[in-house]
Design a protein around this ligand. Structure first.
Ligand code: IPE
Ligand code: IPE
Ligand code: MG
Length: 270
């Protein structure tokens, strides 16, 4: 059970939200498309990269809150394969912010039992970035609390392609698994983790932008107009509260009426 005093100041508006959360029905995995950094900066007359800089504080607060809530997995979409289309200076700044973040947070993550993982073709990033990422993955490998995934040089389609390639390579090496949903799930970057229950996107855009295409098959989607640098713990609480109002049917129906089921009642039609 989460310690409420660590989640919100007593008497704060956040505390009112936290008190309404049903801790027995938390989403196991929350995935977030962090969007709107550029618009946040532009609305203040600042260069886009200042939005990315400001977004780091939202990352820190979201990771800390997810851990304190007791979520199992948090995935943040930080850089897509498509984001290479951006100006070189913007990409360079993003990579530097990332390097600084993983270096600075390494110890705090380990101390808080947060296991850091990277999803995507991240080993293709600049070696200086790969080194910092790997060091943080290693430093938190033993952690058993929140699994914190960061999606970097990530594409949902590439993830499925990579899974297929690895399955074929294993077949060639004599390790033959049946081709079914369980096997494909096992070869994805998120192998062993629950699929996202809740997908959040900030900045109001209504698209998935190539994020976790396989895993979000039945995720509940929550979109907020809030821009990522303004995203705070209250926004995460609101997303979870909204999630807890949803009826997840997975294609079934909630309360079948036996009187309507002619097969069950023996009253066959016609
Ligand atoms: C999200 O903010 C951060 C990344 C995609 C790296 P954007 O940079 O996409 O901000 P907008 O959408 O242009 O406002
Ligand atoms: C999605 O945001 C990618 C990340 C958050 C890393 P984008 O801003 O790149 O997505 P589009 O271009 O609006 O679809
Ligand atoms: Mg964007």
């Amino acid at each position: 059970m989460a310690d409420l005093s660590k989640l919100a100041e007593p008497g704060s508006p956040e505390e009112l939200l936290v008190r309404r959360i049903d801790f027995g029905r938390l989403p196991r995995h929350v995935a977030i498309i962090m969007d709107g950094n550029g618009r946040w900066a532009k609305s203040r007359g600042l260069p886009r990269v200042e939005g990315h800089r400001a977004g780091v504080a939202s990352v820190r607060e979201t990771v800390e809150t997810a851990a304190r809530l007791g979520l199992e997995v948090l995935t943040l979409y930080a850089f897509s394969v498509e984001n290479w289309k951006r100006p070189r200076f913007e990409v360079w700044t993003l990579m530097n912010l990332l390097k600084e973040y993983v270096r600075r947070e390494r110890e705090a993550l380990a101390e808080n039992d947060i296991r850091f993982n990277v999803l995507g073709r991240w080993e293709e990033l600049d070696p200086s970035v790969v080194r910092e990422l790997r060091a943080t993955v290693e430093a938190t490998r033993h952690c058993r609390g929140l699994s914190f995934n960061i999606a970097l040089n990530y594409s949902g389609r590439c993830e499925i392609v990579d899974a297929c390639r690895r399955i074929v390579a294993d077949w060639a090496a004599g390790k033959r698994a049946d081709i079914d949903e369980e096997t494909i799930g096992r070869y994805l970057y998120t192998s062993g983790q629950a699929d996202p229950d809740l997908l959040v996107r900030t900045s109001g855009e209504l698209r998935v932008s190539n994020f976790l295409l396989w895993q979000i098959a039945y995720a509940e989607i929550w979109v907020t107009g809030t821009l990522w640098p303004d995203f705070r713990r209250r926004d995460l609480f609101e997303a979870i509260l909204d999630f807890q109002q949803r009826e997840r049917r997975y294609g079934g129906i909630q309360q079948p009426d036996p009187a309507e089921d002619v097969f069950a009642s023996g009253r066959l039609p016609g």
